[in-house]
Every structure is written in C-alpha cells, then in structure tokens.
Design a protein. Structure first.
Length: 466
C-alpha cells in the first residue's frame, strides 16, 4: 500500500489516510502519526506557556512598580483564560479548513504578539490598567492552540489509541503551565540571564524576560511544523457539517463536565501562584509549578485508564476525589496550614489531570456510538460512512468542548478574586466549586453510567463503556 504522505511534499493534502487499517498503520501510519504528535506537542506546549505567563508576571508587578489592587491582579490572571476559551471556537474549525500543519504554523507565529507586547509594557510602570488588560488579553491567543491541536491529532490515530494519544498531546501542552511557572521566576530574578541585552526594570527584576524567553522556542516550533507535519484531506469538512455538533445533546453535557475537569486545571493553574501569595505571604510563589506539573503528568494516566475500563467510570470516581480534595483545601486554608493546603491542592491537581484524560476519551467514543447506532442495518457502506462522520464530528466536538471547558481559566481566578474582595478569603469560591463538582458527578452518572430505568440511548452509551 503506497502512502502519499511519504512520497509527496508536506504541503500537499493527502487523501490516503486510514489508521483503522492495521496493515497501513503498522507499515507507515504510526510513524507519521508519531511525528505529527511530537511537533503538535511542541507547539501546544509553547501555547500553554504563553497563555499562562501572566499567572507569574502578575505576582511580580507590584515589585516592578505597578500600583494595581489585588482584584486587578486577579483580573490580569483571569482575562487570558477568557480570551483563550473564546479563541478555541474558531481554532476548532480551522484544522478542517486550512490543514493541521498549516494551522499549527500560523497559530505558533501569532504568539510573537503577546510575547513582544509583554516584554515592552512590563518595563513601563506608568502603563494604565486598561492597557495592561489588553496586553494580557493577547496571551489568550496561546489558549486557542489546544483546540486545533487536539482536533488535528484525533484524525491521526485509530479509535483504540485515541485516549492515549490525546492524553499525551494534552499533557505535553498542559505541562507548559508548570514549565512557565518554574522557569519564569528564575529568568526574572537572575541578572546573569540577560536575554537580548535586556536591562533590569524597576525593582531590579528582568520582567521583560517573561516575554523575550519565548522568541527562540517559537521560531523552532514554526520551523519544525513546516518541515515535519502533514495536512490530511480526510480531515477536511465544511463549517456547516461541523457546526452540526452544536445541536447534539452530548456536546453540551460533555462541555459542562469538561468545565469541571479541564476548567479546574487551567483555572487553578492560573490562580495558584497569586492564591499562595495572598493567603501565605511568606511562601515563595516559585513552588506553584508543582500543581500544574502533577496535573499534566496525570492526564495520560486518565486517558489510559479510560481506554481500558471506560471514560465514564473513571470520570465518575474522579469527581468524588475532586470534591474530597476541595474540602481538604478549604480546611487547611482556614487553619493556615500551608503543608496541608499544598498537599490537598496537589491531590486536586492530580484529579483534574485524570479527569481531563478520561473525559476527552469519552467524547469521540460517544459520537462513534451515536453514529453507529443510527447506521444500524445499513450494511458495511453505511457503517463506513458513520465512522467517518463520527470522526469529523468527534474532532469538532473535541475543540468545541475544549473551548467551553477553558472558561474555567477565567471563572476560577475571578471567583477567587471576588471571594477575597467580599469575604477576605477564598472559602466562598471553594464552596461554589464544590457544589459544581457534585452536579458534574450527577450528570456523569445519569447520562453515561445508568443501566436501569433509562432510554435506549443511555443504555447504549452505558453498555458501550464510553
């Protein structure tokens, strides 16, 4: 079986891609898929890093001479989350229009905007707050990368490996949050590291390095995507075909559930450094990187578990663990015990990662089961059409649901900021988050795990172990 992907220029669209064919997959498919996955991870990793850079920069602004209130600092942390979630909607549909390789190049290139803007404005302490909000908002461009990256990679892998592949892709991106929170404080405070002949700003810190540090990695990502990634014509679809997912009930159910998993991960990642600074002033925010790190590393585990036992059952028990960890955070922040607070928050981060992996495994499975049930009795031709339609809609749903879920990147920091402003502490926000997890738990059971007193649709999904 010849493979145009091996013989044609990467700029060409290939129509010969069938990962469900074992002969094709074992001969050439898996190698090409792996190469695309690697460079997808590189670009997405940088996207997440730029997206969350303000989680650290905001904690350093007072030291650099910016006179913003605590609530304003939380707004600077939250706004990129909101913009990133909104950007995911167009990014979701971009892959099937422009091609995975082409869009990866473009989406990485536009990240020069937030990087350069940050590098300039953080050296200007007289910058008005509204202008700094605009600068922070441009970092949201990095949040859109996840939707296009996940939609693209979903086309490269067979259904039996989607959980693991999507988990790796997502984890590689998610860990950019941890990387930026670990590396940035070092680059800001060590004069020896003087990027592009930068000079220290007010307060003696190299705050502009937070933007300058991404110029070289972005260049590498763009070149790598250009040389080693592929476009798939089987991934092409009209906007109208993909928009059909908006009318699917399970798109909205899974969007709600994904706010509880990924929304929690990205929201807590953004808020964690500033939360530590406000609740435990004597503790360095440099330790905050541990949260996103364990959350990122646990994501492939969630995908792998979901591949083996089913995504819904993993998600169900995971929400129970999330609720328990949230109660633990509430207790230890109340008694001002940082060791307990950190331990509970790390457990909470682990559960967000596992939940991210399991819910993202559920999405393509749900669409596949729904399409196959609708095509029952139509023969092999009908089944093939159903599988292809499920692949298109499932990829669109991954991005769309990811966009909704990313709203947590705005809601959680804003929730903490409002709670601290109103009550002096984060308890009110944590109580709201806890109640939300309970509703996610109920929805997961009701639609994907019930096996009695239910509709034929629910029975089908429960028995299919989505």
């Amino acid at each position: 079986m010849t493979n145009p992907l091996m013989s044609k220029s990467n700029t060409a669209w290939s129509s010969d891609w069938n990962p469900e064919n074992e002969r094709f997959w074992n001969s050439t498919g898996k190698f090409i898929a792996r190469r695309n996955l690697i460079w997808s991870i590189v670009a997405e990793h940088i996207g997440f890093s730029v997206w969350l850079i303000w989680s650290i920069v905001s904690t350093k602004l007072p030291q650099a001479g910016f006179h913003y209130t605590t609530d304003q600092l939380f707004q600077l942390v939250a706004l990129p989350g909101l913009i990133g979630s909104l950007m995911r909607f167009p990014y979701t549909f971009a892959v099937t229009t422009f091609g995975g390789r082409n869009w990866t190049i473009f989406s990485a290139a536009v990240l020069f905007i937030p990087a350069i803007a940050l590098a300039y404005f953080v050296t200007q302490p007289d910058t008005p707050f509204w202008m700094m909000l605009i600068v922070a908002a441009t970092a949201g461009l990095g949040g859109g990368n996840f939707a296009s990256s996940m939609a693209n990679i979903s086309f490269f892998y067979p259904d039996r490996m989607k959980g693991w592949a999507l988990g790796l892709n997502a984890a590689g991106g998610n860990i950019g949050v941890s990387g930026v929170q670990l590396l940035t404080p070092i680059l800001l405070g060590v004069g020896l590291i003087n990027l592009y002949q930068a000079t220290p700003g007010p307060g003696g810190i190299y705050l502009q390095n937070a933007g300058l540090m991404w110029l070289l990695p972005l260049t590498i990502a763009i070149i790598g995507a250009f040389l080693f990634m592929n476009n798939l014509s089987c991934a092409r679809s009209t906007f109208k075909d993909q928009l059909a997912i908006v009318g699917r009930k399970h798109t909205w159910i899974m969007s709600y559930i994904y706010i509880g998993t990924f929304g929690s991960f990205i929201g807590y990642s953004a808020a964690f450094p500033l939360l530590i600074k406000t609740q435990f002033p004597s503790i360095t925010v440099a330790i905050a990187f541990l949260g996103p790190l364990v959350g990122s590393l646990s994501r492939p585990v969630g995908g792998l578990l979901a591949d083996k036992v089913g995504g819904a059952i993993v998600t169900f028990w995971n929400f129970i663990a999330m609720a328990a960890a949230t109660i633990g955070v509430m207790y230890f922040v109340g008694v001002k015990d940082f060791a307990g607070f950190l331990a509970m928050f790390l457990i909470l981060f682990v559960t967000t990662g596992i939940g991210n992996g399991s819910t993202y495994r559920m999405i393509p499975s749900i669409f596949r089961e729904e399409k196959l049930r609708a095509a029952k009795g139509s023969g092999e031709a009908g089944r093939a059409l159903a599988v292809n339609a499920a692949r298109i809609e499932g990829a669109a749903a991954l991005g769309f649901i990811g966009a909704i879920g990313a709203c947590g990147g705005y809601l959680i920091p804003r929730g903490f900021g409002a709670s601290i402003a109103l009550t002096g502490g984060p308890h009110l926000a944590l109580e709201v988050f806890l109640a939300f997890y309970v509703t996610c738990l109920a929805l997961t059971w009701w639609y994907y795990l019930r096996k009695s007193f239910q509709s034929a649709s629910a029975t089908n999904l429960a028995e299919a172990r989505v």
